[in-house]
Structure formats: C-alpha cells, structure tokens
Design a protein around this ligand. Structure first.
Ligand code: SAM
Ligand code: SF4
Length: 321
C-alpha cells in the first residue's frame, strides 16, 4: 500500500522484547523497568498481524528488540513469519552475543540476513560502551554466521569522544569478506541525545584518505536507507546511514511495531497507534484498519536535524531502532 506521499510501504520492523543483555550507553545504559510479559505481544498475535499486513503488501520483516535473541523461541517466530504465504524475507538485528548459540535454528527457520551491532574492535572499549566483556563472543558469532552462509552486516554507531576512531578496525570485516560494514549516524532519541554524533560526511572523507576512492555500489543490499560503496578490491561493501546529514525519507518504506504493539509511522515522532487492542479485541478487518491508518499517518520526513522538534522520548531499545 502507498502512503499519502506515494511511497510504497512494504517493510515492517517488529520489536519482540524490550529486554536486553547489554547496556549500551546511547541506548539503555541503566536498564529500564521491564514491561510485564502480559503487555508484550505473543507470537500468535505477531503472526496474525503479519498475515493481515502481507495482504496490504508488507512482505519484508525485520525482527528486533531490545535484544531479540533473549526472547525464548525467537527462531520459531522467524519460521512462523517466513511460512506465511506472500512473505518475501525475514531478517534480524542483534548484538550478536547469542547468535552463535542459535545460528543453526535461525538458518533452519529461514533467516537469510542479520545485522550485528558492534561499535569497536577493542575489548576494553567494548566493555565501556556496552557494560559487558562480550566482544570475543560477538566476534565468534559473526565469523560463524558468515561462514554458515548468513548475509551479515555490521552496524556501527560512532560518537565523538567515545569511539570516533573505531571505524578503521571495523572496516576489516569488509576487507576480509566477512560482512558489509555500515555506519549509522547517532540519532537524538533517548540517550542518543546525550552523545555527540560523528558526521558521515567527515567519516567518508577519512575513509577515502586512508583507503582510496569509495565507488558507488549499486547492487541492492537490503530494505533500508543505507547508501553503499566499494573500496578497490575489497569483497564486501561499506554503507552509510546518514540519518542527520542525508534525508532519505523520500524512499521510506517502513512501519515499526513495538513489543507492546504500538505501531509507529515514523521513528522521529512519538505518535503511534494501538495495534495490541485491535489484535486482542478486534477482527482482522480492524487490524487492517489500524495498519492502513498508520501508513496514511506517515509524515513526509523526519526532523532529526532539529533536535528540538523530535518528539519521541523513549529509549531506542523500546522502539527497536
Ligand atoms: N539489540 C539489537 C542490536 O543492538 O542490534 C537490536 C535493537 S538496537 C535498538 C537496534 C540498533 O539501534 C542498533 O544497531 C543500535 O546501535 C541502534 N541504536 C540505538 N540507539 C541509537 C541511536 N540513538 N542512534 C542511532 N542508532 C541507535
Ligand atoms: Fe541492547 Fe541493542 Fe540497545 Fe545495545 S543497542 S542496549 S544491544 S538493544
């Protein structure tokens, strides 16, 4: 279905939990009061929603969190969504800690792509950013997933005064062929508003100075707003998600579902619709009406460049990124 600005909406990010096994400084440094399980959508409710959404043309799904792999049975949910007729793709974004453990199940369930969030290759720095000494496990997971045939992308958020120099170490995944590496500009959402974003424009120049010309890579890499480049003979690509310095809203294709069933038309604004009520008390037609309303409420563009205009106040862990 198209929104009021003619954009085809065919992708939904589904947060399956607010819980996480890390405490990233820009996301949920102190933890949060966990939402009681009865308020969190069940797998049956999520699958029913996807069935209705497919009929509207939403055929691609990203499972997120919190950390999706801390929710028991997450691989089973991947399978259930994958098996809905008309679903084209189910992907996931994870911090990678539990990925090695669940890799076999996830592949079996039909997962084809995974984004692993990683902001440094230095063990001490990793502990400083996330609160836990898990870098070796994350690296093992990435290697195992890539070797087993999952398409892996590394998502990196750089901040001035914290990990601004980490980009070169992280580029080794692209140089060695294990994964694409994507740099996401820090967004002023939740604790992200306390950090200092490193601009992708500056980073782009630094990468070219170190590694030579970045050549536009026109091959499609996924469903998102990243713009991809290649470096000489490196086997994998380098992507930039420039939320602040590159308005990608003209190509926006997505809705976001929180773990409690709030359906968000845009990441930047607090507006959301109650999908849980429709799923618990309504017919499929009512579920479909909420989906349509959310699509038609999508604003023309976000306002991240004007922090004062951002109305979303929740932590990113509650939204799913
Ligand atoms: N736990 C999973 C993970 O870390 O990939 C999924 C949820 S996490 C909220 C999704 C993504 O949001 C991660 O790549 C994380 O780095 C990113 N993120 C969190 N807060 C952010 C912010 N303020 N600005 C930009 N990206 C952010
Ligand atoms: Fe957890 Fe992901 Fe947020 Fe880090 S970014 S605290 S891993 S939800």
């Amino acid at each position: 279905m198209r929104d009021s600005y003619g954009r085809e909406i065919d992708y939904m990010r589904i947060s399956v939990t607010d819980r996480c096994n890390l405490r990233c400084r820009y996301c949920m440094p102190d933890g949060i009061d966990w939402i009681p399980m009865k308020e969190i959508l069940t797998f049956e409710e999520i699958v029913r929603l996807c069935r209705v959404a497919v009929a509207l043309g939403i055929t691609k799904y990203k499972i997120t969190g919190g950390e999706p792999l801390v929710r028991r049975g997450c691989s089973a949910l991947v399978r259930l969504i994958r098996e809905i007729p008309g679903v084209e793709q189910v992907t996931m974004t994870s911090n990678g800690i539990l990925l090695e453990r669940y890799l076999g199940e996830l592949l079996d369930a039909g997962l084809t792509d995974i984004n692993v969030s990683l902001d440094t290759m230095e063990r001490e720095k990793y502990r400083e950013i996330t609160g836990f000494d898990e870098l070796p496990q994350v690296l093992r997971s990435i290697e195992a997933a890539s070797t087993a045939g999952l398409r892996v992308k590394i998502n990196v958020v750089l901040q001035e005064g914290l990990n601004a120099e980490a980009w070169d170490g992280l580029l080794s995944f692209a140089r060695e062929g294990l994964a694409d590496v994507r740099f996401i500009e820090l967004m002023p959402i939740g604790h992200g508003a306390d950090g200092q974003m490193l601009s992708n424009e500056i980073l782009f120049r630094k990468i070219e100075q170190r590694h030579g010309t970045l050549t536009a890579d026109r091959v499609s890499h996924g469903n998102g707003p990243a713009v991809y480049y290649r470096i000489a003979d490196w086997p994998r690509s380098v992507g930039f998600i420039s939320a602040i310095h590159g308005k990608f809203c003209g190509h926006c294709n997505r809705l976001r579902l929180s773990s409690t069933g709030r359906l968000k038309p845009c990441l930047c604004y607090e507006d959301s619709l109650d999908m849980r009520g429709a799923l618990r008390d309504g017919s499929d037609a009512e579920v479909c009406e909420v989906l349509k309303k959310a699509i038609l409420k999508k604003p023309r563009m976000h306002c991240f460049e004007d922090t004062g205009a951002v109305t979303e106040r929740q932590e990113m862990a509650k939204i799913g990124g």
